[in-house]
Design a protein around this ligand. Structure first.
Ligand SMILES: Nc1nc2c(ncn2[C@@H]2O[C@H](COP(=O)(O)OP(=O)(O)OP(=O)(O)O)[C@@H](O)[C@H]2O)c(=O)[nH]1
Ligand SMILES: [Zn+2]
Length: 193
């Protein structure tokens, strides 16, 4: 896949100043990367491949752990003064925002995250990481230390051609609201929590 770096700017945050890089795919999708330090020097880069979660990243939802994971990734990168967050606009594990809200409504009736996706006719996880590989290549990131608890994501990134040399655990504290969600991640997706 080809991606185009469409814009680069500064992103001052409570954790330090990141470089914000905007990407466009040939089909018109938009993604961003947040970067700090010299990530193109060929040495391993601490990296998070984060899937968009409007509810968790921006609206403080406690149904999932996305917001705290994003914040923790920014903090860890700032502590090393070097790293990258590939922020993919693959909301709801690739099914889109409104379908995720429909899946939440099914969960409100008692289904878990996997069952809710399935009853709506979707795969449990419909994400595609080829665009992440293309973004890292465009930024000349040669090897990464991946912040994740998800073994499938690790495998998918390797399959997409990303040189992941290490998995760095990325656990955040559970809340009473997301405990069931995290249990499902462990039981059905094999997350190492
Ligand atoms: N379809 C669906 N998507 C969800 C649900 N809860 C969170 N998501 C989406 O899941 C994505 C985050 O993926 P997760 O499976 O939580 O975590 P991960 O990124 O695979 O694994 P880690 O790297 O360990 O965090 C985001 O796109 C969220 O919008 C849900 O109940 N249903
Ligand atoms: Zn989330």
């Amino acid at each position: 896949m080809q991606v185009k770096i469409a814009a680069k700017t500064k992103l001052p945050t409570p954790f330090g100043e990141f470089e914000l890089i905007g990407f466009e795919t040939p089909s018109g999708q938009e993604h961003v990367a947040l970067a700090m330090g010299d990530y193109a020097d060929g040495q391993p880069v601490l990296a998070r491949v984060h899937s968009e979660c409007l509810t968790g990243d921006a609206l403080f939802s406690q149904r999932c752990d996305c917001g705290p994971q994003l914040e923790a990734a920014m903090q860890k990168i700032a502590a090393e003064k070097r790293g990258i967050i590939v922020y993919l606009r693959q909301e709801g594990r690739g099914i889109g925002l409104i379908n995720k809200l429909r899946a939440y409504a099914e969960q409100d009736k008692g289904l878990d995250t996997v069952e809710a996706n399935e009853i709506l006719g979707f795969l449990p996880d419909a994400r595609d990481y080829n665009v992440a590989a293309a973004m890292l290549e465009a930024l000349q990131v040669k090897q990464i230390r991946l912040l994740t608890n998800n073994p499938d994501k690790l495998k998918s990134l390797l399959d997409a051609g990303i040189n992941v040399i290490e998995r760095v655990p990325h656990k955040v504290d559970a809340s009473p609201h997301n405990q069931h969600y995290l249990d499902t991640k462990t039981k059905k997706f094999g997350h190492l929590l």
